[in-house]
Ligand binder design. Structure first.
Ligand code: ATP
Length: 415
């Protein structure tokens, strides 16, 4: 018997989304319009998901144009992919033409041509992501579940759709582990066997695509579970043989979340992930995954600072010494070392820098110094830096004290 989820859809979808989904379904009633992928999975699981992916058995772009004309949606078209995005205030619909995909060789991007809903579902990664819900008025809410995704959801299993799935596209290896850990599911036995068999196929995937999957992993609420499992399945070593998803990493990720940092948590995770690599290994990892400039800098700085930590594990250091040692490092690298350092003293110094020292500024500016009669040029920089140092060390606190400091500096110079 076909299952109908219209009442669940009415409850799950926000009102304006539901209203527009019905309008879209009506507009495409001759063709066939379906809600697909993650949103269907999450509707069953009762998890929020605002990625409204729709597939039409026909031209998605002309359907999107018609819908945009009749509403206030902003339309973005990707002609190359036959997809369109309708942006409404507060949410968006992604519309794609149903398509079939074939892979000329493992890891290649697929050759795509228009197809049926069935073609579009079989090209997907896992059974739980390959369900569709009809949006046409006469079949509104009807579930299309060709690969028993609903049973797999009930049994909490991640299952690929055919035995060559990981060979065609090895990014699915990382996706499988990510969903397994996010949802607290298990890899279905045959899927796990094939995943272990095909783990080396990750070599066929470009650095950019692997990095994208790693970034998705690092955005998960419990990214450490995914990395731990990837380690256990011998997958993490495909990204770099020295990466470890162990208890140490899990503990550091948890601490990172609690630390309430202002910088990007994903970049901090990345710096912790590479913390036990050598510089050479780190460089190989950076070039394999083609990390962008910002991440690369944070990763390199993390290891450079790690090699300097012994100097910071010294109780005699003045605040200005700590500032001097740290001010040229990216904040994320300092955070990573604060969490990962084995020396409590070094960690305290790093923490002092992050919470206080980096914000210390002189009250007097270069302009103030000029007004006080200091000749513009090198001298100004010299005095400002001496003032800053004295301020860091708590030797001066008020504007008056800063002015006195400048006067005595001048007297020393002229005397
Ligand atoms: P998430 O909650 O992680 O965003 P999602 O299911 O919405 O999950 P997307 O990455 O947005 O995931 O992809 C949308 C859909 O496209 C998936 O549900 C899946 O059906 C399909 N898909 C994505 N990546 C692949 C892939 N590598 N191979 C096959 N199908 C894929």
């Amino acid at each position: 018997m076909t299952e109908n989820l219209s009442s669940q859809l009415e409850k799950y979808l926000p009102r304006p989304v539901l209203a527009l989904a019905k309008i879209a379904g009506k507009e495409a009633s001759e063709l066939g319009l379906y809600l697909v992928g993650g949103v269907v999975r999450d509707l069953f699981l009762g998890r929020a998901n605002f990625d409204f992916d729709m597939v039409v058995e026909g031209d998605a772009i002309s359907l999107a144009r018609r819908l945009a004309k009749d509403s206030q949606a902003k339309l973005t078209i990707h002609s190359r992919f036959g997809t369109a995005k309708l942006n409404y205030p507060g949410f968006s619909f992604d519309l794609a033409t149903a398509r079939s995909e074939t892979y000329s060789k493992p890891g290649a991007l697929p050759t795509v041509k228009p197809g049926s809903l069935k073609d579009d579902l079989i090209r997907r990664d896992f059974s739980i992501n390959a369900m569709a819900l009809c949006l046409m008025p006469h079949r509104f809410g009807e579930l299309i579940d060709l690969y028993n995704g609903k049973d797999d959801l009930d049994n909490r299993l991640i299952r690929i759709l055919h035995p060559n799935s990981f060979i065609d596209d090895a990014t699915r290896i990382l996706r499988a582990i990510r969903y397994e850990q996010r949802l607290g599911f298990k890899l279905e036995a045959e899927t796990e066997k094939l995943l272990r068999r095909d783990a080396t196929m990750l070599d066929t995937i470009s650095g950019d695509r692997i990095r994208h999957e790693l970034e998705l992993i690092l955005k998960e609420d419990k990214a450490e579970l995914v990395l731990w499992r990837a380690g256990e399945l011998d997958v993490l070593r495909q990204l770099h043989p020295s990466l470890k998803g162990n208890g140490w990493l899990s503990q550091k990720f948890e601490q990172a979340r609690k630390a309430d940092i202002r910088a990007s948590l994903s970049t901090l995770y990345l710096c912790l992930l590479i913390y036990n690599l050598t510089d050479k290994e780190n460089e190989r990892f950076i070039s394999r995954l083609n990390f962008p400039k910002n991440s690369t800098q944070a990763m390199r700085h993390t290891l450079q600072l790690k090699s300097q930590l012994h100097g910071l594990a010294n109780l005699q250091l003045k605040p200005s010494d700590i500032y001097q040692s740290l001010h040229s490092y990216t904040t994320t690298a300092i955070h990573a070392n604060t969490l990962a350092s084995e020396s409590a003293i070094a960690s305290q110094h790093l923490q002092l820098y992050l919470t206080k020292l980096r914000y210390v500024k002189t009250l007097l500016s270069g302009e103030d110094l000029k007004r006080m009669g200091i000749t513009p040029g090198l001298q100004i920089g010299e005095i400002l830096s001496a003032l800053h140092k004295a301020r860091l060390n708590g030797e001066i606190r008020t504007r008056k004290e800063e002015e006195n400091f400048v006067h005595s500096w001048r007297q020393r110079q002229s005397g």
